[in-house]
Design a protein around this ligand. Structure first.
Ligand code: URA
Length: 235
């Protein structure tokens, strides 16, 4: 049996910080709010802070990236996606898996599992990414055919075949199996229909959780982590 505040300090929180987190109702024991720092729990009780389990191991968070933040771990001028997370000793090694442009929104995976991130981003794995887009112009069957064929961008760069599904005259879903720099914007621009809104709605098996407003985040569930590992071709 161990005191709750001691469990937290063993995981890297300061004693005072631990008590504050408990007082704020951000700590759970086996899913139930745990509000007393002095309460003792058996070692097998699953303690979590903000829904993120305390146990050692990799972290996997889904962030609903808002506009106006950059997808890097640090930047001398801009707010980064990591600035949206609480200051937490366990979050120190997190980084975004791939990038979304500063003006793009939607699903961004954050993890400290470098190996899985590498596999998910490897062009060989072909992990699908789906984007909701709005464009200046009218999307038509010729655009969908050009995407399906594999487009060549303005600089001669060749893209793999991609799926464009219009859902309205000036909007639709784009699914890519790769992640070139500004790829969706450049593909739409090459069709003469510049993107005016871009939101990533799916990354491999993960879908953007609509319960998360822009700027909010949550830990992935065990099922989501397992699906992600499978998509990365790992155990
Ligand atoms: N394609 C883009 O153009 N921008 C993104 O952020 C992601 C894909």
């Amino acid at each position: 049996m161990e005191r709750l505040d001691k469990r937290l300090s063993q995981a890297g929180y300061g004693r005072r910080e631990a008590r504050e987190l408990i007082r704020q109702g951000r700590v759970t024991a086996d899913g139930q709010a745990a509000l007393r720092p002095e309460e003792k729990y058996p070692a097998e009780t699953a303690i979590a802070v903000d829904g993120v389990p305390l146990e050692e191991g990799f972290l996997y968070l889904m962030l609903h990236k808002p506009q106006g933040v950059v997808s890097s771990t640090e930047d001398p001028r801009e707010r980064t996606v990591l600035d949206l997370l609480p200051r937490d000793p366990r979050f120190r090694g997190l980084f975004p898996v791939g990038r979304l442009d500063k003006d793009a929104t939607g699903l961004l995976l954050l993890t400290d599992d470098g190996e899985l991130a590498h596999r998910l981003l490897s062009p060989r794995r072909h992990v699908d990414k789906t984007y909701y887009i709005e464009v200046d112009g009218t999307l038509d069957a010729a655009d969908a055919a050009a995407f399906a064929q594999g487009m060549t961008l303005g600089n001669g760069e060749a893209c793999l075949p991609a799926l464009l599904q219009p859902t309205g005259p000036d909007r639709g879903l784009v699914t890519l199996r790769e992640g070139k720099y500004h790829q969706v914007k450049r593909m739409c621009a090459a069709r003469g229909k510049p993107v005016t809104r871009l939101e990533r709605v799916a990354f491999g098996p993960l879908e953007l959780d609509r319960a998360l407003p822009p700027g909010a985040w949550r830990a992935l569930t065990a099922t989501e982590v397992a699906a992600l590992r499978a998509a990365g071709g790992g155990a």
